[in-house]
Design a protein around this ligand. Structure first.
Ligand code: CA
Length: 229
């Protein structure tokens, strides 16, 4: 799954440099050039990490940061602060930023910081390389699943879907989020039954009674949630 990064930066040269470097390193990158559009993108789409400049037109970065955390945005946020503005840096960390880089920065340093944050997330998730749901054991590293020691035929996307649910256990994930993260759809709002069909396939594998799911729960009008272990 290609990781998506949002860069909120109004200086075109900085935005382009960061975007090029991150794209070169294999990430999908969106750029927003002011506070309001950055806030809307981060709120309405799903990103693995957000790079947020603090000095932005329209709505400053601290305000964007505060609103996103109040909205429940859980992506790591790395702020870009100006040299000499220590107060902003402290405020940013208090408001829920995960890290900061002081301008002017080297793009290599920024890419290294981004990679480190994404790696620590992946490590936290990867510690669950094998997970049992109901009667099925999933081996996410090898993308297979078993029941009683025998391979259960499953489509790769079923395994990816199970993995994403496990990584987000206890949290409601929307169809849009699943389409963008598991199926790599580029935009939100696409109408399709894909998610529901795959949830049905997965329930038929793991649920003792697929009509009354105990593991993969429906959150009416919102999406799906994997029950707490
Ligand atoms: Ca700026």
């Amino acid at each position: 799954m290609k990781q998506r990064i949002l860069v909120v930066e109004d200086e075109p040269a900085v935005a382009r440099g960061v975007k090029d470097a991150l794209s070169f390193n294999g990430y999908t990158v969106d750029v927003a050039v002011d506070g309001p559009s950055g806030y809307r993108s981060a709120r309405d789409q799903v990103f693995d990490l957000i790079v947020l400049d603090l000095m932005l037109p329209g709505l400053d970065g601290l305000e964007v940061l505060g609103r996103l955390r109040r909205d429940g945005c859980v992506a790591p946020i790395l702020i870009l602060t100006a040299r000499g503005h220590e107060g902003d840096r402290v405020k940013g960390l208090e408001l829920g930023a995960d890290d900061y880089v002081v301008k002017p920065f080297s793009v290599r340093e920024l890419v290294a910081r981004v990679a480190a944050h994404l790696r620590s997330r992946a490590l936290a998730a990867g510690s669950q390389a094998k997970v049992t749901l109901g009667t099925v054991e999933f081996d996410f590293a090898r993308r297979v699943c078993h029941r009683d020691g025998k391979t259960v035929p499953a489509l790769p996307k079923e395994i990816d879907l199970a993995r994403f649910l496990v990584e987000n256990r206890g949290r409601c994930v929307s169809r849009d989020e699943l389409l963008m993260k598991v199926w790599e759809y580029p935009v939100a709002g696409i109408q399709t039954r894909t998610v529901d069909n795959y949830i049905m396939k997965l329930r038929q594998k793991v649920e003792p009674d697929p009509a009354r799911p105990r593991y993969i729960l429906t959150v009416r009008g919102k999406g799906y949630r994997l029950a707490d272990a």
